[in-house]
Design a protein around this ligand. Sequence first.
Ligand code: GLP
Length: 242
Amino acid sequence: MKIIILKTAEEIGVEAAKIFTDEVKNNPSCVLGLATGATPIPTYKNIQKTFNEGGITFKDVKTYNLDEYCDLPKADKNSYYTFMHEQLFNGLDILEENVHFLDGNTTDCEAECKRYDDEINNAGGIDIQLLGIGNNAHIGFNEPADEFTTGSFKVKLTDSTIEANKIYFDENPMPRYALTMGIKQIMSAKKVVLIATGPKKAEAVRNMIEGPVTAQVPASILQEHNDVVIFLDEDAASLLKK
Ligand code: GLP
């Protein structure tokens, strides 16, 4: 694990964005795995900034998002589909047919998850996967569990995740279920970039980096990935011993 500690979330956004824009410049038809949440917003802003400066195109880039809420209309302001368009895609020349999400409104979750995993594999797998981390060390929506998950699946969200994310749901109640890529799928990305900022992430960060690899700390599996970069601000890094 390569761990980079920077002062502010803004500085992390600049550095993390550079990894993605360098990849797009070197490999214009790359496949990116993307994440939602407040954490990646500065990264997305800086990807847009580099795009606006010119000399880079996203028209052959494919993206696959990690997860999506169940039973929330795609156009809802809190769907991850809406989030990604507002925070990133609308500011790029990426083609709508190249951005991919799990369909949280499907009536057949099993078939939908298989479709998504097959599509990622047929696209050649993910070149760089961006991750945030939940307060309970979840990645995507892989909550603490008895075993590491494999492919995409439907997950019941934990109370901790509902508590953390419900602040965004002022009109409709927050969904209790989501579809998410599984841990094995995330681990098969060629490179992983995880960002954690703020004091609420400190314990999850410590457990991810310094604790044992266990499905109770889903992000700890990243210790076994051979190309992972972890960006932390000083608050998120505050409980690390080394
Ligand atoms: C959600 C997403 C995760 C994200 C996490 C942390 O649960 N499914 O992918 O990493 O929230 O979000 P935030 O960055 O807002 O703390």
